[in-house]
Design a protein around this ligand. Structure first.
Ligand code: KIV
Length: 263
């Protein structure tokens, strides 16, 4: 059965949301077949797929291109496409135009935007136009320049209070789910207990209503840096390097192709 925003919303207090990123057709198929509920086509693709050093340069065209491929690969999972930096911040009309493209042209089920209470108006506007919205607060990567690096957020009492009121404002504006990234576990637990929409944590401890990981991180395919919160469930990077080296060796020594590979 297809995951809908309503089904995700109703999971609060009853079970866990299990989410991963995906950026292409084949990975989306595998993630979907494993029963993952929610696929985020994250703008982290700027780093994992395109080799940028942040999510800042990612464009709407990048997001549409990758979201389309994921939508073709996933049958059951809810597909949430990230709105890239400066695609929703300038005007409300711009936000609707761009979010609409991700739904209409790319086949996403919902969009995700970063930011706290100051985004509540944008959230309301998108929802009023029929576009479901996932929020994202804490260590929001599009603000990396403003934060001065990838730093855990909400460590002081004042910063924690701000994040909690951000969560309340976004929930009140109508988001169906909220990503909590890079914050103390106790704060994420407090926010999770304070709002009636499910939270999905990444580097935010075990008390969230669900978890998300970047697929390249959990498969060991991205080696530039590995945040503390990442658990590696496989070492595919190493397996790929070994496979490429074995292939090179066999082509060079003439053992590939063998008889069974020939017509
Ligand atoms: O871009 C991304 O990968 C994200 C994660 C929180 C899933 O936003």
């Amino acid at each position: 059965m297809k995951w809908t925003v309503d089904r995700v919303r109703k999971i609060k207090g009853k079970g866990k949301i299990v989410s991963l990123t995906a950026y292409d057709y084949s990975t989306a198929q595998l993630v979907d077949a494993a029963g993952i509920n929610l696929i985020i086509v994250g703008d982290s693709l700027g780093m994992t797929m395109l080799g940028y050093d942040s999510t800042i340069p990612v464009t709407m065209e990048d997001m549409i291109h990758h979201s389309r491929a994921v939508a073709r690969g996933a049958e059951s999972a809810l597909i949430v496409a990230d709105m890239p930096f400066l695609s929703y911040q300038v005007t409300l009309d711009q936000a609707v135009d761009n979010a609409g493209r991700l739904i209409k042209e790319a086949g996403a089920d919902a969009v995700k935007i970063e930011g706290g209470a100051f985004r509540a108006e944008t959230v309301r506007h998108l929802i009023a136009n029929g576009i479901p919205v996932m929020g994202h607060i804490g260590l929001t990567p599009q603000s990396v320049r403003a934060f001065g690096g990838y730093k855990v957020q909400g460590k002081s009492d004042a910063a924690a209070d701000q994040l909690k009121s951000d969560a309340l404002a976004l929930a009140d504006a109508g988001i169906f789910s909220l990503v909590l990234e890079g914050m103390p576990a106790a704060l994420a637990a407090d926010i999770t207990a304070s709002i009636d929409v499910p939270t999905v944590g990444i580097g935010a401890g075990p008390e969230c209503d669900g978890q998300v990981l970047v697929v390249h991180d959990m498969l060991g395919m991205f080696s530039k840096f590995t945040p503390k919160f990442v658990k590696r469930y496989a070492e595919l990077g190493e397996a790929m390097r070994n496979a490429f080296a074995a292939y090179k060796q066999e082509v060079e020594d003439g053992t590939f192709p063998a008889d069974e590979h020939c017509y």
